[in-house]
Design a protein around this ligand. Structure first.
Ligand SMILES: Nc1nc2c(ncn2[C@@H]2O[C@H](COP(=O)(O)OP(=O)(O)OP(=O)(O)O)[C@@H](O)[C@H]2O)c(=O)[nH]1
Ligand SMILES: [Mg+2]
Length: 196
C-alpha cells in the first residue's frame, strides 16, 4: 500500500524535514497542474492545495511516500500578475533550495501541453542543468488536446530537451482522466524498488 502524507512547508532549506530521504522535485510554471498531480496521482482529493488562480503554492511543500522518499512541490513561477519582486523572490528561493539540496534524485518539470515551453521554462531547465539534476518532463492537461495536438506537444518537448531526449523522459498526464498515471507509477516503482 502506498502511504503519502504532508510533512511540512518551508521557505528556507535550513527548515527541511529532519529525516533525510531522496527527493523528487516538482517544478514548473504556475498553474500547470503540479499540485493537481499530487492529488490525482495518489488519489487524494485535498492533499495539495489547487487553485484556478495561479500562485497558489507559495511555499516549498514536502510530502513523504511510505517514508521512503519525498515529493517536493515547489512554488510555480511566472504567472501574469506576479510583480517583479515576486519573481525575484521565487528565483532566490529556488536557487537557494537547489544549492542546499544534496538529496534531489531528479526533477519533474511540468509543462502545460497546450503551450510551447516558455523562456521561463528555459530558465528553469538551465537552473536544473546547472545543478546537475536530471529531469523528466510531464506534459499536463492532456485531456484538453486532440491526438494531433498531443503529437505536436511531444515534438516541442523533444526540441526543448534537445540532446537529452529519450522517449522515457517525457510523460503525458491528465489529472482529470488519470492519463499517464500508470507509466509514472511504473517508473517510480522501478526507481525505488517497491510498488507505487
Ligand atoms: N483540464 C485539466 N485541468 C487541470 C489539470 N491539472 C490541473 N488542472 C487545473 O489547472 C489549475 C491549476 O492547477 P494547480 O494544480 O493548482 O497548478 P500548480 O502548478 O500547482 O500552480 P501553482 O501552485 O500556482 O504553482 C486548476 O484549476 C486545476 O483544476 C488537468 O490535467 N486537466
Ligand atoms: Mg501548486
Amino acid at each position: 500500500m502506498v502511504e503519502v502524507k504532508f510533512v511540512k512547508s518551508i521557505v528556507e532549506t535550513k527548515d527541511k524535514p529532519k529525516l533525510s530521504l531522496p527527493e523528487i522535485v516538482l517544478c514548473g510554471r504556475s498553474n500547470v497542474g503540479k499540485s493537481s498531480f499530487i492529488n490525482s496521482f495518489f488519489n487524494r482529493k485535498n492533499l495539495a492545495k489547487v487553485s484556478s488562480t495561479p500562485g497558489k503554492t507559495r511555499l516549498i511543500n514536502y510530502y513523504s511516500v511510505n517514508d521512503k522518499f519525498y515529493i517536493v512541490d515547489l512554488p510555480g513561477f511566472g504567472y501574469a500578475r506576479a510583480p517583479k519582486t515576486e519573481q525575484a523572490k521565487w528565483e532566490k528561493m529556488i536557487t537557494n533550495f537547489l544549492l542546499n539540496s544534496r538529496n534531489v534524485l531528479f526533477a519533474f518539470h511540468f509543462i502545460d501541453s497546450r503551450h510551447k515551453p516558455t523562456n521561463l521554462d528555459v530558465l528553469l531547465r538551465d537552473f536544473l542543468n546547472e545543478f546537475n539534476i536530471s529531469t523528466k518532463i510531464i506534459l499536463t492537461k492532456t485531456d484538453k488536446l486532440k491526438q494531433s495536438e498531443l503529437a505536436k506537444a511531444k515534438k516541442n518537448a523533444k526540441e526543448f530537451l534537445s540532446g537529452e531526449f529519450d522517449d522515457s523522459n517525457i510523460f503525458f498526464y491528465s489529472a482529470v482522466k488519470g492519463t499517464g498515471k500508470n507509466e509514472i507509477k511504473k517508473f517510480l516503482s522501478k526507481t525505488f524498488g517497491f510498488k507505487i
